[in-house]
Design a protein around this ligand. Sequence first.
Ligand code: GLN
Length: 551
Amino acid sequence: MGEKTKYIFITGGVVSSLGKGIASSSIGLLLKQRGLNVVLQKFDPYLNVDPGTMSPFQHGEVYVTDDGAETDLDLGHYERFIDRSLSQRSNVTTGQVYEAVINREREGGFLGRTVQVVPHVTDEIKSRIRLAAENGEDVDVVITEIGGTTGDIEGLPFLEAIRQFRLDVGRENTLYIHLALIPYIRAAHELKTKPTQHSVKGLREIGIQPDILLCRTERSLSSEIKKKIALFCNVEGQAVIEARDVDSIYQVPLQFHKEGLDDIIVEKLGLICPPPDLEEWGKMVHKIYSMTESVDIAICGKYVHLVDAYKSIIESFIHAGVANDVHVNIKWVDSERVEAEGAGDYLDGVHGLLVPGGFGDRGIEGKITAIRYARENGIPYLGICLGLQCAVIEFARNRCGLEAGSSEFEPDVPHPVIDLMLEQRDRSRMGGTMRLGAYPCTIKEDTLAHRLYGTLEIAERHRHRWEVNNAYRDTLVDNGMVISGLSPDGNLVEIIEVPDHPFFIASQFHPELKSRPQRAHPLFKGLVFAAKALSQSSDDERRASPAMRGD
Ligand code: GLN
């Protein structure tokens, strides 16, 4: 923790889904571009220790950090906006806080005292805020987003902790920012401030007076409305900031800057720093809005009705689109439908296919069918985690002639080309026990992976239990598969490709977790490049291209 570390707390009111994560990330970016060293942190008031055991239907994507923490998807936005890898310290849940407090109690750490929410739970929360600032360098600003909506029972200990925190470190070192909704009532042709007034009132009742209000709105706020909000919420007029709906999340920081948000923050915190350099970011946003060409890429998975489950993948396609000057239209394909109806209806005419990660056997055969269609019809393919495993099964079945599968879905399959790693066999606990976090990978020379990455040593993030079964490696390679990425000890298959194809590659790791707006991930960039090439080739060329079957 630096001597002069400043702390910004971001709360949300009125309703959920107002974009608190994007607002926090945008503030992070603005401060970073003013030369400050920024760390972001999310408090999640649920009792799960981490989201790793929650269904994507409940929670959306689980975002994995380099150090192997399974975290909230907002961490993905944080990393993408501030372009910095965060650690497990950046996601704190009620489950973790209580686990720590109860463990200490069992060890006798409270010396006979009664253990209570105030001060013991709140002390633990405050220690986590400080911990976020201790990462070996001088952190100028810690931005802590408090999940949920003010008024939630679960959120109270966190709000109490941030209230106390101001007393601990001083008013001049803390800032409370509250994001609330100003709804537009069509019948009255009016923007309504009352819900925001109420949510601020709720905060003030527990001792928190917001310093800055971010007002999410679909219409522009007039100066009268701003004045009214300022008066009733007890906030300075200039600190009422309009947060108008925009089409791209990457525009939000630019819009906040126009509203003067970062100037007010640095002024209130007494930070001495230059104005933000937003030139490159602005160019990127301009490109997002001005690209005219587009490609269609299918994502075949089982959570396609809940796009939050694939948040980082969607963002990675935006980054890869910008890098290739093309807009990526995602076509969501339900793997269970492909299983029932075949791939043709869904994949005919698309310029690329991605099969993402997943768990459980639902829709597996549909994914395998889709991959076969892409392989045999020259459709660029990128497989991620389960998408690699399905590609290996497909290849083993249709190119090697094996009755192949994964022991995850069929324990007695004759040829388990995907099998459990040795150290996973005796696991009885589910939470946090997968192969998690960043691992090094060595790339084989002169492969597609080598061309895409332009280097032979990479590190990528994992979240899985099953692996390619080494007993089948020779068979796969003898039949034309290239194993282009391995763990440095040569034991684990990390990347595979099929060379007699315009673009067919799959990774056991999750490349989407490391794609950044201004540094598109090489695998996504490559897929979109190949998709663009396919979309530009005429139908005649497509028909004349060599058969993709290779058999
Ligand atoms: N279910 C597979 C495994 O555990 C794949 C996991 C994933 O796609 N993230 O290995």
